[in-house]
Design a protein. Sequence first.
Length: 248
Amino acid sequence: MVLSGVQEAGALALFALQGIINIFSPPFYWRIFVGSMINIGYLSLPVVALTALFSGGVIALQSYTGMAQYHVDSAIASIVVLAVTRELGPVLAGLMVAGRVGAAMAAEIGTMQVTNQIDALRTLSTNPIKYLVAPRLLAATIALPFLVIIADILGVLGGFTVSIMKLGFTPQGYIMATFNAVKPMDITIGLVKAGVFGFLIALMGCYHGYRSKGGAQGVGASTTAAVVAASILLLVFDYLLTDIFFSK
């Protein structure tokens, strides 16, 4: 089992290295890249926006429940903005995209693999990694930070709306507390996390799809494996990046 795990990790590392190298070596397939940007960024926007909006509201409510007991409910604005920008924005957006886009990538590439379309690409002297994987890796790495920016804004807006309408805060006081609490570094760290998460999601989707075998059942198994692996890696790297940035 240990040997199998090491072998799998090595295969994944080599696959990722091939993908990165092919991003920077010509030719680059811009049509695949633009299509992936639209699919990952624009089409994922509704689910990410709704998730962030209601999560911000929930944080405000839960924080008020605890803070009001100690008469420090004025810190709710700070808690909401820091929780959203540092953690919930990148993590929730990443998980939503992993479920939607990671599965789709694995299914698409896996179907091409089991129907021998990838072999056809090789016959046409087209590098499958360069054509299928590299544009998707770059697109996900770029698109997810933009989604996280929107998630941050809507998450804070959700907390603001709940605080004003249900908890009795004044708009001016809440906005001032929000701007006093958040620092550019908090937002930057969230965006760095988002870029890493986007790369991992695309990597897992492409890797498991590329290694699909066994017909429709194999494609289904690869799709499930891609979503599970992407979600786990996302949470692991979230901890590692948080430890790096905030342990000082």
